[in-house]
Design a protein around this ligand. Structure first.
Ligand code: HEC
Length: 314
């Protein structure tokens, strides 16, 4: 190597090394930055968060195993309901974990997670997980907590991961250091009251990419959808299957639709699914509440219109 090539190489290598150095420094300095860095790159087995799968299911099947741990200082029992499941790549899957508070007082916990082999983290997508939030468990309460995930089919074309046939998802629950804004795990109890406010937030996370209340987007407008005839939003081009469906959107029909639209109406086009019952219950409560408000507003408007007409006549 001549001296000038060596100098040229140094010119390339030095900035690259310093960028990596600065990143590592930041990472060591700030755990938050480290988490953001891991979430963006799948580094250290960090999994990804998604609002839906992309509808492409491959024929390839892999095994996902579950592992649960409780950190010292948290008197909870915490274990997976199923030790492992087999899933097609791209297929959304619902699994459950049981948590039980063994003490006489409410406790807030927070779960951290990773997958092994770590290289699969970038392909492991969670749609729903108790690990997104701080979670409160009441004294001696026991709850089954849902996790919905899918493994991106791109795993099969990455040389680093294409031979992987088993992924292990591990959780560790810690006592929360930030319990103020905790969510209540009671929401997953089957007898819990529907929560329209939570439904509104979930609608934002799970539906708003395709639906709005006041306008057609990729999907038809959903304002006032409760008890509306299926396939009847003005100016929306439905699939023939949904356009000709002879039903209206009762809570029960919405529940079946959201569980698996294409199974409920063969030939329908909506790709999204909501596997967890508590999430469906709260989203439906939100749509029902919105419909009642839309109707009340339009009744008020027609009463006001009627009164104005009457006034004009007199
Ligand atoms: C990826 C896009 C997408 C997402 C996400 C999505 N939808 Fe849809 N939705 C559609 C499409 C497209 C249709 C029309 C299907 C057809 O014509 O067959 C539809 C139709 C519907 C309908 C029927 C409405 C009517 O007028 O008959 C309801 C109800 C509905 N969606 C609710 C939801 C809810 C609630 C969510 C969130 C949990 C959701 N959708 C998420 C795309 C989506």
């Amino acid at each position: 190597m001549t001296q000038s090539t060596r100098r040229r190489n140094l010119k390339v290598v030095l900035p690259a090394v310093s960028v990596i150095g600065i990143m590592l420094g930041l990472v060591a300095y700030s755990p938050t930055l480290y988490r953001l860095f891991c979430a963006a790159t799948g580094f250290a087995g960090t999994t990804q968060r998604a609002d839906s799968d992309n509808g492409a299911v491959s024929g390839r099947v892999i095994t996902v195993r579950f592992d649960s741990n409780v950190a010292p200082g948290l008197a909870w029992r915490f274990e997976p309901v199923q030790r492992e499941v087999k899933v097609h790549l791209g297929e959304q899957k619902l699994v459950s974990f049981t948590a039980e508070n063994l003490t006489d007082e409410p406790i807030v916990g927070h779960a951290t997670f990773n997958v092994t082999p770590q290289t699969t983290g970038i392909y492991f997508n969670k749609i729903q997980c108790f690990c997104f939030d701080e979670e409160r468990l009441n004294a001696h309460q026991e709850v089954d907590m849902p996790v919905v995930f899918f493994v991106d089919p791109a795993l099969a074309s990455d040389p680093e991961t294409r031979d992987v046939d088993t992924i292990t998802l591990s959780y560790t629950f810690f006592r929360s250091v930030n319990p103020e804004n905790a969510k209540d795990l009671s929401r997953f109890v089957a007898s819990a009251e529907p929560d329209a406010a939570r439904g509104q937030q979930l609608f934002g996370e799970r539906c708003a990419s395709c639906h709005a209340l006041g306008a057609n987007k990729t999907g038809p407008m959903l304002g006032g959808v409760f008890e509306r005839k299926a396939g009847s939003a003005a100016d929306y081009k439905y699939s023939p299957a949904l356009g000709n469906a002879d039903l209206s959107w009762s809570a029960e029909n919405l529940d079946r639709w959201l569980t698996d639209p294409r199974k409920f109406i063969d030939g329908a086009r909506m790709p999204a699914r909501v596997l967890d019952a508590a999430t469906r219950r709260d989203i439906i409560a939100y749509l029902e509440k919105d419909t009642r408000e839309v109707r009340a507003r339009s009744e008020l408007k027609s009463i006001a219109q009627g009164a104005a007409d009457q006034h004009r006549k007199e």
